[in-house]
Design a protein around this ligand. Structure first.
Ligand code: 5AD
Ligand code: SF4
Length: 490
């Protein structure tokens, strides 16, 4: 690659990203914006387009926080923006296709407005193939940075503003923890809180361990202080984030403190609702189940990806759990929390998946009775072990399996929601319904969307709603007036 094409140049290296050494995690502090970059965005606007998971959504809040410290203000208009950043997702090919489409489309704007800084960050930046393609085919991009160096944005933006060449800085390291990062949170009611970063599971299909580095946990003091601060600011709900939250604390060398301990401490904080995502069945221990069963602000919803119901496929996926282990875990969870809502992720059409093996996934779905499921067709990711396996299930078969799986889930979801008919549920009212401004919408503790007619002053508060029209994906209900719960958290 020609050095002149890019000024700052550390390109991604998947081999280096795969390494897991013994080195301790460093906890760095985000200090301040360098003198020369303060106020650089005064009177200017930024726009961040976020793709993918909640981790990315929250990273965008950090990026926004940094930009705002530099004086930039948010905008929804591309024409108004001086900085446009695409915070990208690499999990499946279609996610990447969308981003490349967007980069191509933004070329016109960049040509009309050369002073615009067009940048890409997030998981796609961590991929060698993607960065090479941008360097060769999309020279109108000004800046590429990765998931490990978000805190470097002020320096990188300065370079991008000064330089005519593309600025590329992507670190393929195991990763540090950076505390004290500013956050411009999108929502005043619900907040994301990182508890850990990275993943060491290396499921054979998954790019995340390469793009996000090794598993590393934030110190409990930092997590708890952040949640207490959010509670003081009036937030009603937090979602604890990690690629594999159940591995929380495994990396601490100076203490025995795991995810169950963290949840037990979070339970004592005065914030009405606490969620977490995502769980891996392998590290889900009995202590955590006991803590979750205490309920209070710990809601009865667990997202528990299974990926497949067949042991042979689970083995090829290197999932490190069997069907039996998973079902036993589900049994224990349901015993401890009888009203728990379980949701999952499933991949169909894995290399070599037979009809019988797929049938095992259907039967597991029937057995567990998830309230909902995210279902995906397997998508080979360059650099992962599965990408070297023969992707031998024809696309039509994959699509047909996905269709059958979705029909079954629909049937179960409908049945589950039907069971709520006539029940009164607690709803955190988020705002007006997207389709009809006369209707309010919010979520139950189990994260189900509820639409109901009610006064606008309920927005931001808890309301009791009687479900009178359950549907497959949403619930319609009637507000139960004069309920003491209106006051919860206010
Ligand atoms: N192809 C299809 N689905 C994938 N997922 C992760 N990697 C792939 C892939 N290569 C799914 C898994 C995971 C969810 C976030 O995305 O189901 O749990
Ligand atoms: Fe990917 Fe598996 Fe890690 Fe989840 S647990 S992020 S699927 S490697």
């Amino acid at each position: 690659m020609n050095e002149e094409m890019a000024r700052y140049f550390t390109r991604p290296d998947l081999k280096a990203a795969k390494k897991r050494g013994k080195q301790e995690v460093s906890v760095l502090q985000f200090e301040h914006i360098p003198e020369e970059m303060r106020g650089i965005g005064d009177g200017k606007r930024y726009m961040i387009k976020t793709y993918g998971c909640q981790m990315n959504v929250h990273d965008s809040e950090t990026i926004a926080g940094i930009l705002e410290l530099m004086g930039y203000e948010a905008t929804d208009s591309e024409e108004e923006a001086s900085v446009i950043l695409l915070n990208t997702c690499a999990i499946r090919e279609n996610a990447e296709d969308k981003v490349f489409g967007e980069i191509g489309r933004l070329k016109t704007l960049k040509t009309e407005k050369p002073e615009l800084v067009l940048g890409m960050c997030g998981c796609m930046s961590q991929e060698e193939g993607v960065v090479n393609r941008i360097l060769t085919k999309h020279q109108h991009v000004d800046l590429i940075f990765g998931t490990h160096n978000i805190h470097r944005l002020p320096h990188l933006l300065k370079e991008a503003l000064m330089s005519k060449e593309m600025v590329v800085e992507v670190w393929s390291k195991e990763g540090d923890i950076v505390e004290n990062l500013p956050k411009a949170r999108e929502d005043g009611l619900k907040a994301w809180v990182n508890i850990m970063y990275g993943c060491d599971k290396f499921c054979t299909y998954c790019i995340v361990p390469y793009t996000r580095g090794k598993e590393r946990s934030r110190r409990p003091e930092d997590v708890l202080a952040e949640i207490r601060d959010l509670a003081r600011k009036g937030y009603q709900e937090v979602t604890l984030l990690g690629q594999n939250v159940n591995a929380y604390g495994k990396d601490f060398t100076d203490r025995e403190y795991r995810f169950g301990d963290l949840m037990d401490d979070v339970r004592k904080i005065g914030i009405p609702r606490v969620r977490f995502t995502t769980s891996h069945p392998r590290d889900f221990d009995d202590h955590l189940i006991d803590v979750l069963a205490k309920k209070g602000n710990l809601v009865e919803h667990i997202h528990l990806p299974v990926q497949s119901g067949n042991d042979r496929i689970l083995k090829i996926m290197a999932r490190k759990h069997t069907r039996e282990h998973y079902l036993e875990l589900v049994r224990k969870i349901k015993e401890a929390i009888p009203d728990v809502v379980l949701t999952t992720d499933i991949i169909v059409g894995y290399p070599g998946e037979t009809e019988e093996q797929f049938q095992d996934t259907l039967s597991l779905m029937r057995e567990v009775e998830y309230d909902s499921a995210f279902t995906f067709i397997y998508s080979p990711r360059e650099g992962t072990p599965a990408a070297r396996m023969k992707d031998d299930v024809p696309m039509e078969v994959k699509k047909e399996r996905l269709h059958r799986l979705n029909r079954l889930q629909e049937e179960i979801s409908r049945r589950k929601n039907e069971a709520l008919r006539g029940e009164v549920v607690e709803v955190l009212v988020e705002g007006e319904s997207k389709k009809n401004p006369d209707i309010l919408s919010g979520r139950t503790r189990t994260n189900k969307l509820v639409n109901f007619r009610g006064p606008k002053h309920l927005v931001g508060r808890f309301a009791r709603v009687r479900i009178d029209e359950p549907r497959t994906w949403t619930l319609k209900g009637e507000w139960v007036e004069d309920s003491p719960m209106d006051q919860v958290g206010s």
